[in-house]
Structure formats: structure tokens, C-alpha cells
Ligand binder design. Structure first.
Ligand code: AP5
Ligand code: MG
Length: 215
């Protein structure tokens, strides 16, 4: 299974990708997570990506395409993966297509999560993440049981780009640069749109139905 989860910031890509990864035993390949790890470790990649990520803009295509190519060549991706947050531009989608065809491989599905703008803002402003295990929460929709702590005991943090003005900028960047991918994958007969407005388990059930139907 090689699939893409598409959707705007806050649509639930990371939440759903984690659940699919556990269910199918294939890795979640999140460019956002990889870039945040690089930033935390202060690698050359992290330092290059920092200013784009902090402002809510996109990291240049050639940088992101390079890290995804390397990641997909790792052995745990051999039987499939869930791309989360990549591709985000038509140039990235073209690069992915070229990489896959050079390996004689194809995508199996592209699932787009569709969520109203104001719901996206509410999801992102209330998001908290465990700094130890990376599990995500939402203060209202998926609250941590122990106040400010994760189930694993780790402390929760708020992403630096989750303040409202950066969120609104990320949503504009999405409309300008990523939304064209809907048409791109519709044109390749790969895209399925899923109503992402329901509760997390309901959305997961809809995604699983789509994957079943696209087999
Ligand atoms: P990235 O980390 O990919 O962020 P994003 O696309 O903005 O998406 P998010 O991670 O914010 O949202 P999500 O859809 O994963 O939602 P989640 O599941 O967490 O990218 C960050 C930055 O890195 C970019 O701005 C860019 O600078 C750079 N970057 C990354 N990839 C790049 C690329 N390919 N090219 C260039 N630059 C790149 O859910 C959000 C919240 O809602 C959580 O609290 C969750 O608990 C809650 N929630 C989830 N589902 C539901 C539901 N159904 N109901 C209620 N609440 C829900
Ligand atoms: Mg995410």
C-alpha cells in the first residue's frame, strides 16, 4: 500500500496516518515531522528549513523532494507507506511520480480529507503534542487524561506554527500551492475525497472504506 493523505493544515492527516500506520504495519512518512526533527537537532537541513516553517511558508521543493527520496529508499518502506504532508506542490507531485516510475511502482490511493476552514483553525489552536512519544491531542476533541501530560508521562507542547495568524497564512499557502493537487490526482483517477468533519474514529472508518473500495 503506497498512499498519500492530502488535506489542509489541521485536516487530520497526522492523526489518521498514525492510525493507518499501526493498522497496516507500514510507516507514516511525514515531511513536517522529519523537518521538525531536523530543526530540533539543528542539522543543516533543520537550519535551512527553519525560516520557512516558522513563517508558515513551504520549504523549497528540491529540499523536501531530496529527503523524501532518501526516506522512501529505506527498507521499512519496501512494503508501502503513508505520505503525510507530501506532496504539497505540483512540482513535488511530479518528482514523486518520476521517482516511483523509475522504480516501476505506482501509487495505490490518494485520500483527501475535507474539513471546513473554521474547524481547521479550532483544531490547530487546540492541538498539543507529546514531546516524548509524539502522540497528538486536542484540548477539546481528544483531551489528555492527565491535564498537561501524555499517557506516557511526557510533557505536551504547542507547535510554534499553531498561533492563529500563522495558521491563517498556512491555510492561504495551502489554497495557492497545494489545492491544485486535487485536480492533479483527480486527473489521474487516484483521488478519493473523504468527509473529515466527523469524530476521529468516524473519519478513520471512512478512510478505510475508501481504501477497501480502491483495491
Ligand atoms: P506539517 O507538519 O505537514 O503541517 P500541516 O500540513 O500544516 O498539517 P498539520 O500537521 O498542521 O495538520 P494535520 O492535518 O496533520 O492535523 P492533525 O492530525 O495534527 O508541515 C509543517 C510545515 O513544514 C509547513 O508549514 C512547511 O513549512 C513544512 N513542510 C512540511 N511538508 C512540506 C512539504 N512537502 N513541502 C514544503 N514544506 C513542507 O490534527 C490537528 C488537530 O486536530 C489535533 O489536535 C488532532 O487531535 C485534532 N483532530 C484530528 N482529527 C480530528 C477530528 N476528526 N475531529 C476533531 N479533532 C481532530
Ligand atoms: Mg501533521
Amino acid at each position: 500500500m503506497k498512499m498519500i493523505l492530502l488535506g489542509p493544515p489541521g485536516a487530520g492527516k497526522g492523526t489518521q496516518a498514525k492510525m493507518l500506520s499501526e493498522r497496516f504495519g507500514i510507516p507514516q512518512v511525514s515531511t513536517g515531522d522529519m523537518l521538525r526533527s531536523a530543526l530540533k537537532a539543528e542539522t543543516a537541513l533543520g537550519l535551512e528549513a527553519k525560516r520557512y516553517m516558522e513563517s508558515g511558508g513551504l520549504v523549497p521543493d528540491e529540499v523536501v523532494v531530496g529527503i523524501v527520496k532518501d526516506r522512501l529508499a529505506e527498507s521499512d518502506c519496501a512494503s508501502g507507506y503513508i505520505l503525510d504532508g507530501f506532496p504539497r506542490t505540483v512540482a513535488q507531485a511530479d518528482a514523486l511520480k518520476a521517482t516511483l516510475s523509475s522504480l516501476d511502482k505506482e501509487l495505490d490511493a490518494v485520500v483527501e480529507l475535507v474539513v471546513d476552514t473554521e474547524a481547521l483553525v479550532e483544531r490547530l489552536t487546540g492541538r498539543r503534542t507529546c514531546q516524548v512519544c509524539g502522540v497528538g491531542y486536542h484540548l477539546r476533541f481528544d483531551p489528555p487524561v492527565d491535564g498537561a501530560l501524555c499517557r506516557c508521562g511526557g510533557e505536551l507542547f504547542q507547535r510554534q506554527d499553531d498561533d492563529e495568524s500563522t495558521i491563517r497564512h498556512r491555510l492561504n499557502v495551502y489554497l495557492e500551492q497545494t489545492l491544485p493537487l486535487t485536480e492533479y490526482y483527480l486527473g489521474q483517477d487516484l483521488l478519493v475525497q473523504v468527509d473529515g468533519m466527523g469524530e476521529i474514529p468516524q473519519v478513520q472508518a471512512l478512510v478505510l472504506d475508501c481504501l477497501q473500495a480502491s483495491k
